[in-house]
Write a protein that binds this ligand. Structure first.
Ligand SMILES: [Zn+2]
Length: 373
């Protein structure tokens, strides 16, 4: 079986900085990726728009975009860099940034919610200072990490509730009241509750879904404490996974699209914890194809290929307002080895390799392989 598809878009990925940029970009390109949305939680964060506004504590969209281009990203047809929303973000910055054409999206991080998110401010800050209203008025998309911060353990995660459910239940309605016209991407959603929120809000709200949240549950993570699957938001329960699978494989899907949240960590487990994030940047289309098959989609059929293409290649660009790729790549159902990504900072272990308990002696393989002309 062989699928010829337009090149795909990864509308949520982490490329970090310095010596990691080039190998990570090359790996994404080798999967047939046409364009990326590169997350701004670098060190320092991408928290201003123009190079002239940069300081020791803030990089700019203009500067980071240039860094990505120079590291090989010029081969992408689109690079979007959202602005990291911090205590210093103002409505005037949003207005000027949008007018310059550089600012197309902003990213909300719950303070201390995930890797390098300590510069984020509570949602209420942006509800009261006019930033969300300015974004709505200037057609700037909000990319949102939808998890409540500062919760106690049992509220953070148990079978009835968790940080994501609480966020979509309690915060999201207030956000939409505050800025009814705001376009929102609910990033890396993991729960049935988030899926139904997205569906209820029509074309104004989209969502990215990662390969791991379509394929795994918390049981896979805790059995043997397979920490390579540790990402935030955490993988959830079967019913949540089923809701995500239904959403992305529905023939009428226009709102859900690929965003891997691929996050490279050269050191995943540390003495006192574990870095959040799964690296899938060198194998994402293969994993998504596997996930669609596991969800019951027959990729040998025209209908099966159509729903897969919408999710991987078309819905994301349509939401952000650019064209799907005119170039193509091929996915073939053929077993292929998957290697660890070598970088000058050390090896980055892709999720399937990390989950292969025998990876020292038995090579990791994927059921699909990619061919890029
Ligand atoms: Zn992310």
């Amino acid at each position: 079986m062989r699928l010829e598809l337009p090149k795909w878009f990864d509308l949520h990925a982490h490329f970090r900085q310095d010596a990691l940029l080039a190998p990570l970009i090359q790996a994404h390109l080798a999967t047939g990726c046409a364009g990326i949305l590169a997350m701004p939680n670098t060190k320092p964060p991408v928290a201003v728009v123009h190079r002239s506004e940069e300081s020791a504590t803030s990089w700019s969209i203009e500067g980071y975009h240039a860094m990505l281009q120079e590291a090989g990203g010029h081969a992408f047809s689109e690079i979007l860099v959202p602005l990291y929303l911090t205590h210093n973000t103002t409505p005037a910055m949003i207005e000027a940034g949008a007018a310059s054409g550089l600012l197309r999206a902003c990213k909300y991080y719950p303070p201390h919610g995930t890797t390098n998110s300590e510069f984020g401010a509570p949602l209420d800050h942006f509800l009261s200072n006019g930033v969300f209203e300015a974004m709505a008025a200037n057609d700037v998309v909000l990319c949102i990490h939808g998890e409540m911060h500062g919760l106690q353990g049992s509220d953070y995660f148990d079978s009835q509730t968790n940080a994501e459910v609480l966020f979509y239940r309690e915060h999201m309605p207030r956000l939409l009241d505050n800025a009814p016209q705001l376009k929102i991407v609910c990033e890396h959603i993991t729960t049935a509750e988030a899926v139904s929120f997205v569906k209820q809000h029509g074309s104004q709200v989209g969502a990215t879904v990662t390969p791991q949240h379509l394929m795994f549950t918390v049981g896979h993570l805790v059995q043997g404490l397979r920490y390579h699957l540790y990402c935030l938001p955490l993988v959830k329960f079967d019913a949540d996974k089923a809701a995500l699978q239904d959403a992305v494989t529905s023939p009428s899907n226009t709102q859900f699209f690929a965003g891997t949240d691929s996050a490279p960590h050269t050191t995943k487990a540390t003495d006192c914890g574990c870095a959040a994030g799964c690296y899938t940047g060198n194998c994402a289309p293969q994993l998504y194809a596997q996930a669609f098959e596991e969800a019951g989609v027959d990729l040998a059929t025209e209908q099966g290929q159509a729903v897969f293409q919408k999710f991987l290649c078309d819905n994301g660009p349509a939401f952000y307002g650019f064209h799907s790729s005119q170039e193509t790549f091929a996915l073939e159902k053929k077993v292929a080895p998957l290697a660890t990504l070598e970088t000058p900072n050390g090896p980055v272990v892709p999720l399937p390799v990390g989950l292969n308990l025998k990876h020292e002696t038995e090579p990791t393989t994927l059921g699909w392989s990619v061919e890029v002309a």
